[in-house]
Ligand binder design. Structure first.
Ligand code: IPD
Length: 268
């Protein structure tokens, strides 16, 4: 049987090295950046250097295996190809990185026929490493992770993110205002991979966001699922919107999903 665990070792080793580079670049001088689709869609020199490093190491350690990365793309414009591919977010949470908020990651996943089988999410600012292999559980620095056992929507903490387009953000804010009255509280932390890891650790009871790239959820989604979360990836939850990602502790997943639909979130 296919054992994905060696792929986790590869991902963690490379994520640590890329994370060290990202930290060195943060410490030196001014962080240079450009914007992409909108002013909230940012890329720094460190994003590009980190992706270059990850690609170089993967080509050395896993020659011939295709790589999809946030900054350079790949897979000839396709999201999924047959066989093993690597999916890389060289810095997830780039806006946090730009502002010196220590909540960003290097996220590396291996996917088999488009399904995540191994993942590592490394926090360069703290040195924490989140990992999972499909069928083998998920871990923070080697300690097993488990989602929260909450069963009460009104006592749940919901993480969320905003899409890039200003008009859509406004509609999302309206839906979030509705949700604020239904849950204990809301958190917009700014790094999707770490939001998903937070669900895995029970630091959030649920998390949802529209419009994520595959690199944002490929590792974190597996880490959440392996910790027991109900995970819906883009394309699998039309009531929340075709491009919705959703992860929740099983005890509140249905109630949270229903409340989000009622808030109008699925139509933003
Ligand atoms: C972004 C972060 C952010 C989320 C955005 C993502 P990036 O990733 O994960 O939390 O709201 O949708 O694009 O651009 O920093 O890699």
């Amino acid at each position: 049987m296919f054992d994905p665990r060696p792929l986790v070792d590869t991902a963690t080793a490379i994520a640590r090295e890329a994370g060290a580079l990202v930290q060195r670049m943060r410490a030196s001088a001014v962080v240079s950046f450009d914007t992409k689709s909108t002013s909230t869609d940012v890329v720094t020199a460190a994003d590009r250097a980190s992706e270059q490093l990850v690609r170089t190491r993967l080509s050395e350690l896993r020659p011939g295996e295709p790589v999809l990365g946030e900054e350079e793309g790949g897979l000839d414009g396709r999201a999924v190809v047959e066989g093993l591919t690597w999916v890389v977010d060289p810095i997830d949470g780039t806006v946090n990185y730009l502002y010196g908020i220590p909540w960003y990651s290097v996220s590396i996943a291996a996917q088999l026929d488009g399904v995540s089988v191994a993942g590592a999410v490394f926090e360069p600012a703290t040195g924490r490493m989140w990992t999972a292999a499909r069928g083998y559980g998920s871990f923070l620095d080697g300690s097993p992770l488990r989602v929260s056992s909450t069963t009460d929507l009104s006592l749940s903490l919901l993480g969320y993110g905003f899409a890039y387009l200003p008009e859509r953000r406004q509609r999302q804010a309206d839906a979030w205002a509705q949700m604020a009255g239904r849950v204990r509280d809301l958190r917009r932390a700014g790094a999707a991979s770490l939001d998903l890891c937070s669900v895995a650790a029970g630091r959030l009871d649920a998390y949802t966001e529209h419009g994520l790239g595959r690199w944002d959820w490929a590792a974190g989604g597996l880490i959440a699922a392996e910790a027991g979360a109900v995970v819906r990836l883009p394309g699998s939850s039309p009531e929340l919107g075709e491009d919705a990602t959703f992860a929740a502790a099983p005890g509140i997943a249905d109630a949270m999903h229903g409340a989000l639909v009622e808030s109008g979130y699925g139509k933003v």
